[in-house]
Design a protein around this ligand. Structure first.
Ligand SMILES: *[C@@H]1O[C@H](CO)[C@@H](O)[C@H](O)[C@H]1NC(C)=O
Ligand SMILES: *[C@@H]1O[C@H](CO)[C@@H](O)[C@H](O)[C@H]1NC(C)=O
Ligand SMILES: *[C@@H]1O[C@H](CO)[C@@H](O)[C@H](O)[C@H]1NC(C)=O
Length: 163
């Protein structure tokens, strides 16, 4: 009996070390119910397609999924908690945008999404790999100025152990 138990413990250990994952990318639009907005989502400004690019072109697909939310309130945040191996944050850059921070599992990165020439769509503003063995990674965007911080979408790689 103790024989069997120690053998299975060894096999379990090998499985954990050699763990393989089924990966698929998940897009989280700004409207997703998984997102936590402070202040409430209804107080953020909503922008839809079409929008005009920096070069003057009117773009019917400017925002991914049709819309974007933005706020110009220092301290405003939006958070996503996810399980996976990778996360990316996409939004536009614009001449009415300012500085903001991205906090991923407590590590803070400061960004500025100001672009003097005007609108640039769907820019990958931040990306990072994370440990798929650790559950509940949290990414938080924080507005730092009385200038827009936008959220078009997040993309994360969900990683499910295959064994
Ligand atoms: C997920 O997206 C990332 C970043 O765009 C890409 O590098 C990766 O190949 C994608 N993975 C899958 C499983 O589609
Ligand atoms: C992440 O996975 C854990 C189980 O390992 C689960 O309890 C948790 O709800 C998941 N989190 C999310 C955001 O899906
Ligand atoms: C992950 O979040 C879920 C849902 O809030 C919770 O039930 C679970 O205990 C969390 N897991 C860890 C390891 O924090």
């Amino acid at each position: 009996m103790s024989h069997v138990r120690s053998l299975s413990a060894v096999l379990l250990g090998l499985h954990i070390v050699g763990r393989t994952y089924a990966q698929n990318n998940v897009t989280v639009e700004e409207s997703d119910a998984a997102l936590v907005y402070t202040p409430f989502k209804s107080t953020w400004d909503s922008f839809g397609n079409p929008q005009t690019r920096a070069d003057g072109t009117v773009d019917d697909n400017y925002f991914h999924g049709g819309n974007c939310l933005a706020i110009k309130l220092p301290g405003a945040t939006v958070s996503l908690t996810f399980n996976g191996s990778y996360i990316a944050y996409y939004s536009d850059m614009m001449n009415n945008h300012g500085s903001m921070s991205v906090t991923l599992d407590g590590k803070i990165t400061t960004l500025n999404t100001f672009n003097a020439a005007g609108g640039v769509r769907q820019v990958k503003l931040f990306e990072s790999f994370v440990d798929p063995n650790t559950p509940n990674h949290t990414i938080t965007l924080t507005c730092l100025e009385t200038k827009n911080m936008g959220l078009d979408y997040f993309l994360y790689t969900a990683a499910t152990p295959t064994m």
